[in-house]
Design a protein around this ligand. Structure first.
Ligand code: HXC
Length: 259
């Protein structure tokens, strides 16, 4: 598939990198872009060689939100019957390999929500996060009111959603929204470094870890702990577990076959 609104490349044949590319609109997220992003993520997810993906934007904007020009005239019926958001945002959630958001500049509205749908966020020091939908007479629609409080707690999430203010990279790291902050010129190196580390681990174990951490947000603690325990047990059926533990005991580096 030829892409117009994203750029896609691989690194070392094991990391898939997707760059959002609508610079004039600060990477505002319209249907075409979201369709392309979903297709690219699915293709990488299905590629045996790829172990991890990175989504990034430009220096000025990761994404300044859903495309306001595209949705300004929607009626309720347009949004509801057309299944706006669900129709092309859900693909991201079904990706089973890890996805890192490498965020520089604005990550606002749907841009912040897209970053939060990724498995973790590495931010450049110029990153700005926000859910400014309230200023447009709406509210977040791609999970912002649900993922932001889980990431930063109720008080800060309410503050962000009700005032529409932005949070800078330092505040975002302090509050747990992002895992690391680095200078802008180190952003891709940092994200790529993490992605390469992940890609060399057992894909089976990596996917199980992602699934299990995500489970922490979906049920009770007791359910989550049991889910984790069963996946942990199941991993003893993999060749990668034998390799990982044999390598440790033999004082050598493990080479995983992803089986
Ligand atoms: C469409 C957008 C846009 C957006 C920016 N642009 N954000 N177009 N949708 N979300 C366009 C501008 O209209 C402008 O086009 C060009 O990008 C550059 O933007 P400027 O505003 O001139 O840049 P600047 O002054 O640097 O301000 C940057 C900014 C501001 C602070 C990020 O653009 C801004 O506030 N954008 C809107 C942010 C927002 O409200 N996001 C939430 C959207 S609602 P022209 O043609 O004039 O050059 C949402 C709902 C999510 O995301 C629901 C689930 C998906």
């Amino acid at each position: 598939m030829a892409y117009e609104m994203i750029e896609v490349r691989t690194e070392a044949e094991k990391v898939g990198i997707i760059t959002l590319n609508r610079p004039k609109q600060l990477n505002a997220l319209n249907d075409q872009l979201m369709n392309e992003l979903g297709a690219a993520l699915k293709a990488f997810d299905a590629d045996e060689k790829i172990g991890c993906m990175i989504i990034t934007g430009s220096e000025k904007a990761f994404a300044a939100g859903a495309d306001i020009a595209a949705m300004a005239k929607y009626s309720f019926a347009d949004a509801y019957k057309g299944d706006y958001i669900t129709r092309n945002w859900e693909a991201i959630r079904s990706v089973r390999k890890p996805v890192i958001a490498a965020v520089s500049g604005f990550a606002l509205g749907g841009g912040c929500e897209l970053a939060m749908m990724c498995d973790f966020i590495i931010a450049a020091d110029n990153a700005k996060f926000g859910q400014p939908e309230i200023k447009l007479g709406v509210i977040p629609g791609a999970g912002g009111t649900q993922r932001l409080p889980r990431a930063v707690g109720k008080s800060k999430a309410m503050d962000m959603a009700l005032t529409g203010r932005m949070m800078d990279a330092t505040e975002a790291e302090r509050s747990g929204l992002v895992s690391r902050v680095v200078p802008y010129d180190k952003l891709m190196d940092e994200a790529l470094g993490a992605a390469l580390i992940i890609s060399d681990f057992s894909q089976v174990a990596v996917m199980a870890a992602k699934e299990s951490v995500n489970r922490a947000f979906e049920g009770t603690l007791a359910d989550g702990v049991m889910f984790e325990r069963r996946l942990f047990h199941a991993l003893f059926a993999t060749a990668d577990q034998k390799e990982g533990m044999d390598a440790f005991l033999g004082k050598r580096k493990a080479t995983f076959q992803h089986q």
